[in-house]
Ligand binder design. Structure first.
Ligand SMILES: Cc1cc2nc3c(=O)[nH]c(=O)nc-3n(C[C@H](O)[C@H](O)[C@H](O)COP(=O)(O)OP(=O)(O)OC[C@H]3O[C@@H](n4cnc5c(N)ncnc54)[C@H](O)[C@@H]3O)c2cc1C
Length: 374
């Protein structure tokens, strides 16, 4: 039942973070309206990613990112159990040359973070991994983004939240008693509060409200979806311009990623280049996909020779947004910020942060007024 003094909250963006914030706010009695410019939920970065449910193993140079992932892992896995694929050997390796952490530093990091791991011999692992100094099996799993999208839509329906799809929010205006949203093709509508969960678009509305915004690093990524005649397995080579191969959720296919090849365009600034929003004009249109895949296959099979046999099916593509000038740590935190009473943004790092981020957003809007949640 709705509380008689419920506040009305607009959520802009129905990726996993906007969806979870909507559910949490609605559960606490807020009147929630969700706007999403795509036709279905979770079509942005929440779909275009490596599907890895991080436990921290990927971030030996930033304890805070690892801590945030550990914090989110168990709750996400329990809340969205049907979309999880686990139970396959999933291992991290430290490259013999060019790694930004040594094998010993990596082991120290695992110990410091309390990450359960088991040392393995890279030469007897299936597939064989070469040119590495260390291998450890870990408990990380992957999730299936298409299944996750279905689960999220069902939960929104169960909570009587009907997102406005194909609804492009164009402008936000501050009013004496809240905010007015201008959505393409719809009458303007007023709300007590707004949650900006638009990922790569996050700075636009904050700037319209007159707040300073930081620069971010925008990366346009292409991730090959491949077929590989190998039982489910995960291999990640740390820590530098190396590779990962992981199951593509529950599809039976794989995703290939190579740090030196998957980012096909980069921009540091307050806003993502406008041409990246539409796939028809995005940087991937200037890339020869087959040639890119061949380069990646070659680079990946230097570490995992069996990857020479992978076959290209297609690509995931889209923008990623990370903190600018953080190459030295590779930090990927999530940051919830209340810029003024009633206006909250979510800068998001990892999928499984979405549950505690939603809790923090609800706390900021319903229990407090201004403060950052670290
Ligand atoms: C290549 C790549 C690999 C990654 N790998 C991993 C990984 O393995 N594991 C992991 O945990 N994380 C990974 N990430 C990060 C993770 O994908 C993101 O942190 C997360 O998906 C962001 O979710 P979100 O809800 O904030 O953004 P999104 O899912 O992008 O949602 C934002 C939504 O806002 C909508 N929107 C934007 N502007 C407007 C507007 N004006 N009006 C209406 N709607 C609007 C968009 O259409 C979109 O649906 C990866 C990211 C990339 C790009």
């Amino acid at each position: 039942m709705t509380h008689p003094h419920s506040i009305s909250v607009a959520i802009i963006g129905c990726g996993i973070f906007g969806a979870m914030a909507s559910l949490r706010l609605a559960a606490r009695g807020a009147l929630v309206t969700v706007y999403e410019r795509q036709a279905t939920p979770l079509q942005g970065a929440s779909y275009n990613n490596q599907n890895r449910l991080h436990l921290g193993f990927h971030y030996p140079r930033d304890d805070e990112t690892a801590r945030q992932s550990i914090r989110g892992f168990v709750r996400f896995r329990e809340e969205f159990a049907p979309c999880i694929l686990g139970g396959f050997p999933n291992a991290y390796f430290v490259a013999s040359e060019g790694s930004l952490v040594t094998a010993q530093q990596y082991l120290d990091f695992c110990q410091r973070m309390g990450l359960r791991h088991e040392r393995i011999d890279p030469a007897t692992f299936d597939p064989v991994v070469r040119d590495v100094d260390l291998g450890v099996l870990c408990d990380e799993v992957v999730y299936d983004s298409a299944v996750l999208s279905t689960l999220v839509l069902q939960r929104l329906t169960d909570a009587h939240i009907e997102p406005h799809f194909n609804a492009d929010v164009q402008r936000i205006e501050r009013r004496s008693d809240g905010f007015r949203l201008h959505v393409a093709g719809q009458p303007a509508r007023d709300f007590d509060a707004v949650v900006n969960a638009t990922y790569a678009n996050v700075n636009a509305f904050t700037e319209q409200l007159g707040h300073d915004v930081p620069e971010y690093q925008y990366e346009y990524t292409m991730v090959p979806i491949v077929e590989w005649d190998h039982a489910a397995v995960g291999v990640s080579i740390m820590d530098g311009p190396f590779m990962t191969v992981l199951p593509f959720g529950q599809t039976g296919r794989y995703l290939l990623y190579h740090v030196a090849h998957s980012v096909v365009a980069e921009h540091i600034g307050r806003h993502m280049p406008a041409s990246w929003v539409d796939k028809a004009t995005a940087p991937a249109r200037r890339v020869d996909g087959q040639a890119l895949f061949e380069r990646m296959r070659q680079a990946c099979s230097q570490f995992v020779p069996a990857l020479a046999s992978v076959r290209l099916v297609g690509f995931l593509e889209g923008p990623r947004m990370v903190l600018a000038h953080r190459h030295h740590t590779d930090a990927r935190p999530s940051i919830v910020r209340c810029h003024e009473p009633g206006y909250v943004t979510a800068f998001t790092g990892k999928i499984d942060h979405c549950i505690w981020v939603a809790d923090d957003i609800a706390t900021l809007l319903l229990d407090r007024h201004t403060a950052d949640v670290p």
